[in-house]
Design a protein around this ligand. Structure first.
Ligand SMILES: *Cc1c(COP(=O)(O)O)cnc(C)c1O
Length: 412
């Protein structure tokens, strides 16, 4: 591969992905891999799903892009599907292209809310509390929201207005809320940070705290949404009764096509019945490429298929298969199997195997899996993440797990 013109920001595997078919990915020598990475949880219907290919091809030949200066019919349809079928709470949607952009969007809504609902002295509230080991993206806003120092190295000074506390620690969270806090932002299951699910008690506690202190409950569903975790949205797999104010989405939404959105609740934010979604009026936000006809065609095909196939139920069932299978191996290197649905993390036991200099345990095991024909993904230093397509055939899931078993057995 001739890569000298590409900025080397990724630790790239010595592997060229050239073709995908369902849950198999092929490299440039036609070697076949079982894909438990699925484009980092984006290719939720596998590679080259016929309905998605058909929708994208047809739309590409009709109208690819026209800008948001004109009406885009697909946007209304996708927004309806997102609000009615995925989120399930009255609200409105803004389209963007990635997870980081979706999170920047909900941070902007929270800041505007902080102007409309200022502190007691009349000054705007602006602070968003997020959590250690969270991941919200790489833009200046989303990076500042991310509670991981390694993401922020030498990019300071960071955007002001963020505070990080330990995940699932309600007392620490309560202590962190101040006069200027306007929102609390979390992933229902922390993905990149190690596959750490929120506990139901904590999520309920956060929701109650938000009500009590007039804060926005902001949920980053970029990785755990769209049926991946055993419910249409990740938070519903934990506490379906909780009602967020803002939700960010991307990854699985386009089935591999760049597509993201954020959802804003219609709930009243004052005694006059002002809807939260009404505070983002004309001119308040925008994106040239947000919600193109092509992206909407992809998302419509994906969401329609996710609903028709009840993929949230399938993810829940197959996720249990993954968990019980890996636990059943009783291997010394496996400490825990965390996560929900088909967002699973294998916590590797520290010190139970040798790791080459310069690699984390997770990166080492991930490389061994790839050499053995299985693509997975690290999540933090000690967790191997398994995020296959939601429609992975059961025999391909078993094939991948068998490869994983042989790799982990050799480690031990
Ligand atoms: C991947 C991810 C993001 C960032 O999404 P991009 O599309 O890479 O900008 C944000 N939040 C979570 C939870 C993610 O997993």
């Amino acid at each position: 591969m001739k890569t000298q013109y590409v900025l080397p920001t990724y630790g790239c595997a010595p592997f060229e992905a050239v073709r995908g078919e369902g849950s198999y990915l092929y490299d440039s020598s036609e070697r076949r891999y079982v894909d438990f990475c699925a484009g980092i949880a984006t290719c939720c219907l596998g590679h080259a799903h016929p309905a998605v290919v058909e929708a994208v091809s047809r739309q590409a030949a009709t109208l690819m892009h026209c800008s948001n200066l004109y009406g885009i019919p697909g946007q209304a349809e996708v927004a309806e599907l997102v609000v009615e079928k995925m989120i399930g709470i009255p609200g409105r949607v803004f389209f963007c292209n990635s997870g980081a952009e979706a999170n920047d969007g909900i941070i902007k809504v929270a800041r505007r809310f902080g102007h409309r609902r200022p502190a007691a002295d009349g000054s705007p509230r602006y602070e968003v509390i997020t959590f250690n080991k969270s991941f919200h993206g790489r833009t200046l806003g989303a990076m500042a929201a991310t509670g991981q120092a390694k993401i922020q190295v030498e990019f300071d000074p960071l955007l002001v207005g963020f505070k990080y506390v330990d995940f699932n620690d309600l007392d620490a969270l309560k202590a962190a809320v101040s006069e200027v806090t306007c929102g609390i932002m979390l992933e229902a299951i922390q993905g990149e940070g190690g596959v750490n699910p929120v506990t139901p008690e904590f999520l309920r506690g956060v929701a109650a705290l938000c009500k009590e202190k007039d804060l926005l409950l902001m949920i980053d569903e970029v990785q755990c949404g769209y049926c991946r975790c055993g419910a249409t949205m990740g938070w519903k797999a934990v506490c379906p009764e909780v009602e967020p104010d803002l939700v960010s989405c991307a990854k699985g939404m386009g089935g591999g096509f760049p597509m993201g959105c954020f959802w804003v609740s219609n709930r009243a934010i004052d005694g006059q019945g002002t809807e939260l979604s009404s505070i983002m009026g004309a001119g308040s936000h925008g994106s040239t490429f947000g919600g193109t006809p092509l992206a909407c065609a992809a998302a419509k095909a994906v969401i329609t298929e996710l609903i028709a196939g009840k993929y949230e139920e399938r993810a829940a069932r197959l996720g249990e298969v993954v968990k019980s299978t890996v636990e059943g191996w009783n291997l010394p290197c496996v400490e825990t199997v965390r996560g929900k649905g088909l967002l699973r993390g294998i916590g590797l036991r520290k010190g139970s195997f040798a790791v080459p200099e310069g690699l984390t345990p997770a990166a080492h095991v991930n490389a061994l899996c790839r050499e053995a024909g299985l693509l997975a993904c690290p999540a933090g230093p000690d967790t191997l993440r398994l995020i296959p397509a939601l429609n992975i055939p059961e025999e391909v899931l078993e094939e991948g797990l068998a490869i994983l078993k042989s790799v982990l057995e050799k480690l031990a």
